[in-house]
Design a protein around this ligand. Sequence first.
Ligand SMILES: Nc1ncnc2c1ncn2[C@@H]1O[C@H](COP(=O)(O)OP(=O)(O)OP(=O)(O)O)[C@@H](O)[C@H]1O
Ligand SMILES: [Mg+2]
Length: 303
Amino acid sequence: MSEYVVKSDLLGKSFPGPKRGEENIVFENVNFRLKRGEFVTCIGHSGCGKSTILNILAGLEKPTSGGVLVDGKEVAGPGLDRAVVFQNHSLLPWLSAQDNVDFAVRAKWPKWDSAQVRDHSRKYLSRASLTEGLDRKPHALSGGMRQRVGIARAFALETEVLLMDEPFGALDALTRGSIQDELIKIWSETRKTVFMITHDVDEAILLSDRIFLMTNGPKANIAEAVVVDIPRPRNRGDIIHHPGYYDIRNHIIDFLVQRSKELSGAARSVPLEEVKTSQSLVYPPDVNPIRSAGDAGPDRKLA
Ligand SMILES: Nc1ncnc2c1ncn2[C@@H]1O[C@H](COP(=O)(O)OP(=O)(O)OP(=O)(O)O)[C@@H](O)[C@H]1O
Ligand SMILES: [Mg+2]
């Protein structure tokens, strides 16, 4: 089994522009690898193409150029090897919380009897700290509970890859914090490969092994992969006291404020993918398999 579960090669997506014959190149030459069991988040300004990349990984959208392999197979449509959590929960409104998870589990394991399905769902619901209110329909659950059900459902499918598009975007800060904790718990118990989009820098640092930084569109790209080498287990209260925390945070903010614009639309045949570690502040050579010879060398110190 390859160390890399997901490979994106020269991925590009264009949509027809406002005038006839015009095209809007959202992103191009997007190359990345996701390691098995890795938690990767993607940050970039609104409209740079994050959801489009996630939808291509999910098989819900087709790329204009390049392609994506999951476990060596080209993604040609949605599949049971990938589960998705959307920003606005996508629970079936006529089914209870429990039935929503059961429904997905039954689709994946059609030969299981009801007791097997229920036990399996319960295991994941309780991992997401949902033990009460399971007979309630989504409209009678709080926003946080709905997101928990969505997360439980996605993890219950035991897919190798989990794709999450701003799963906590609509939640207040307190609820968001407690669901982040649930997510860390359930991910550490299952060690699935996660690709998650967020706009929240602190959330990204708390959760990620690596953070992909996207330049602004059009012609956006993933310009850097920031390694978060703060040891796990991490918790929200302590992580900000880690000596590397603010280096990483400032680096990301600086990218979003300044460099995401400057690097935007830069034509590259092979994209730059740099890495920052909080301890050594150098780009280790082994992390990026696709560094071009023209890029700054692996020992380049960060400013
Ligand atoms: N079906 C479509 N037809 C035309 N243009 C589209 C379509 N889907 C997305 N786009 C355009 O592609 C670009 C990227 O959209 P996308 O939703 O991927 O951005 P995003 O990075 O997820 O933004 P946000 O952070 O606001 O969610 C935008 O300019 C958007 O208008
Ligand atoms: Mg989006």
